[in-house]
Ligand binder design. Structure first.
Ligand code: PLP
Length: 393
């Protein structure tokens, strides 16, 4: 470790992956563990997308693609932005990357200078913090709680802005809270941002389609925001294509160009077969994937009902994504089966060891009163997991 760079030594290991590794360890010891820790749909890739991927192999899509993605894929992404978000991004404003994670890393690397502050409404997705730090930016966390449905208010945003503020990063629907910002709420934030023309916005919309109530709102469509918003999206979540690794941005052309330059030195173009398959995914009507969204909706209602029966859990009603994010601070300072629960990490570990249920501590997301449960699991797994949790509490 002493020979490793300060860069890597100061980086946190992804808490969601760490929990999955611990769960795997217990499974290898023969324990029956129910995994509610990963942010991954438990569906197969829809057949029409598989067909396109197989065709791409037969058509010999085997060479390097353009760094920023195939032209016809970027055109499909332009159409998608217009159809779903009312956003006009020309293909020059689109960059395709190896997952939305790489899209986010590109943006951080091309826009942040050392010491630039990035506002992260907490809870935020685990990797934001470390991606920002890797680019030598300074994460500025704005805590939100269950009272405000885990959403940042315009007043909180205003109070967090300093002369060093360079960016605001958020996801809606949110991982981990499942909260969805309405058009009106985004307009409130945009009104504050319009007073500060030098602040850029990363709007992570990867859960866009997994939204059970409101119409999805993109901040780039609000007056004054388009020229300084980077809209991030990808196919991992809505199309159950996590392992295919395709994400993309729509952004001002000069930012897109910088991301392409950066990506060209790091990874080149994303996987060719997966890019071809993504054209089929994005060109298809959203109705083609409705069955998955409907299923997540059913499971959300189920897990909310079951968690409502667990004393000490306070849960909001997440409108999107596939997570619930209960406040479990009721248990802090209590002793359960001889173990003292000091914080959310102790609590998550307790659930893993005693109930055999893997969750993720909210500390990883900047919300130390909460834990995250993913309901991208079967109905019987959800029922059994919550039954066991009740039992050990
Ligand atoms: N953004 C959010 C909010 C996520 O939850 C995830 C995945 O967990 C990503 C981005 C990364 O997605 P991808 O698989 O496209 O890299």
């Amino acid at each position: 470790k002493e020979y490793l760079s300060d860069r890597i030594n100061s980086m946190a290991t992804s808490a969601t992956l760490a929990m999955a590794a611990k769960a795997r360890e217990l499974r290898n010891e023969g324990r029956d563990i129910i995994g509610l820790s990963l942010g991954e749909p438990d569906f197969n890739v829809p057949d029409f997308i598989k067909v396109a991927a197989k065709q791409a192999i037969d058509d010999n899509y085997s060479s390097y693609s353009p760094v920023d993605g195939y032209g016809d894929l970027k055109e499909a992404i332009s159409r998608k932005f217009r159809r779903d978000n009312g956003l006009e991004y020309s293909p020059e404003q689109v960059v395709v990357s190896t997952g939305a994670k790489q899209s986010l890393a590109n943006v951080a690397m091309v826009l942040l200078n050392p010491g630039d502050e990035v506002i992260l409404p907490a809870p935020y997705w685990v990797s934001y913090r470390d991606i920002v730090k890797l680019a030598e930016g300074v994460p500025v966390e704005v805590p939100t709680g269950i009272e405000s449905d885990f959403k940042m208010t315009p007043a909180q945003l205003r109070a967090a802005i300093t002369p060093k503020t360079k960016m605001l990063w958020y996801s809606s629907p949110c991982n981990p809270s499942g909260s969805v910002y309405s058009q009106q709420e985004l307009e409130g934030l945009a009104a504050v941002l319009r007073e500060h023309p030098g602040i850029f916005v990363v709007s992570d919309e990867i859960y866009e389609h997994i939204n059970f109530r409101s119409r999805h709102a993109s901040i780039a469509s609000i007056p004054g925001m388009y020229d300084r918003t980077i809209t991030v999206n990808g196919v991992s979540k809505a199309f159950a294509m996590t392992g295919w690794r395709i994400g993309y941005i729509g952004a001002p052309a000069w930012i897109a160009k910088a991301c392409t330059k950066f990506q060209g030195q790091i990874t080149s173009g994303a996987n060719a077969i997966a890019q071809r398959a993504t054209i089929a995914a994005l060109d298809a009507p959203v109705e083609n994937i409705r069955y998955m969204i409907d299923e997540f909706h059913k499971r959300r209602d189920l897990i909310l009902q079951l968690l409502g029966e667990v004393e000490g859990f306070r849960v909001n009603v997440p409108e999107g994504a596939f997570y619930v994010f209960p406040d479990v601070s009721y248990f802090f300072g209590k002793e359960l089966r001889g173990k003292t629960i000091g914080n959310a990490s102790d609590f998550a570990l307790y659930l893993l060891e005693e109930a055999g249920v893997a969750t993720v501590t909210g500390e990883a997301f900047g919300s130390p009163d909460c834990i995250r449960l993913s309901y991208a699991a079967s109905e019987s797994e959800i029922r059994e997991a919550i039954r066991r949790i009740r039992e050990v509490l």
